[in-house]
Write a protein that binds this ligand. Sequence first.
Ligand SMILES: C[S@@+](CC[C@H](N)C(=O)[O-])C[C@H]1O[C@@H](n2cnc3c(N)ncnc32)[C@H](O)[C@@H]1O
Length: 294
Amino acid sequence: MLRETLRELELQPGLRVVDGTVGAAGHSVEILPRILPGGKLIGLDRDAEMLQRASQTLQGAHSQDLLTENVLLEQSSYAELRSVLDAHGIESVDRILVDLGLSSDQLADRNRGFGFQSGGILDMRFDTRQGEPIHHWLNRASIEEITSVLKQFGEDPLSRLIAQSIGEQRRKEKIETVSQLTQLIEKVASGRGKKGGKSHPATRTFQALRIQANAELEHLQRFLTTTAPQSLAPGGRIAVISFHSLEDRIVKKNLQDRDVWKSSSNKPIPASSLECKMNPRSRSAKLRIGIRAD
Ligand SMILES: C[S@@+](CC[C@H](N)C(=O)[O-])C[C@H]1O[C@@H](n2cnc3c(N)ncnc32)[C@H](O)[C@@H]1O
């Protein structure tokens, strides 16, 4: 989505641009040269480790003097962008990009518990300073609560069975690791003849638990209704890349509010067929653009 996003953002020298999910700075490293001279890049991420990666990427491409002058990196949710701007005396910005979800680095990190193939402890928080590891909740929540989260955030037809199996398992021993949960889900799925489907049977559960651990949809909703409108200058552009229908539904609905957004794409922009071939994950990516009303 890099090419499409850069095109739709209509970048030019002097603009103040927020990359609200800076990650490893794959987008930011391309945005920065397009807004120079005079522009400002504000990169946010809830994950301190990703901010370090962003800093390394940018340092590999630009001089320290330029970064000090033109770049601000801060550990924060994009939902808190207004407070970040206030703290730095920035009245408004011209562009905001958010590329939702998580990065492949996070998915592969054994210490985070995001991926069912990564092993390790079930933590799943982007910002480890806040909240609690998801395994605490998993061992405490009622079967109804777990069913509801798996159903709502994972749209998983096996939600109830998986929640019941979690209930049975945790009576024997606490569920703390990725492999405990993955094995349990595989067992439930194979009992229902669901082995060997298109995606691994744990995919939806892990997505649901990550959304729950980080209150992701609440952050997205607050960002679109309050933070982004309060931060963007009139005529400013927002670009949102989402990876599943739960997110895209929220983005689409909010961008249709004509009191706030004077225009938005009715149809989302997909990744190019070349990108889909090179990176199968991008097949589910959708880019939507909004322009702030005056
Ligand atoms: C798909 S990756 C972004 C990749 C990035 N665009 C790049 O090119 O490298 C999503 C990033 O968003 C971060 N993230 C998720 N929710 C966030 C939020 N509410 N506020 C800020 N960052 C968030 C994750 O920690 C992750 O680093």
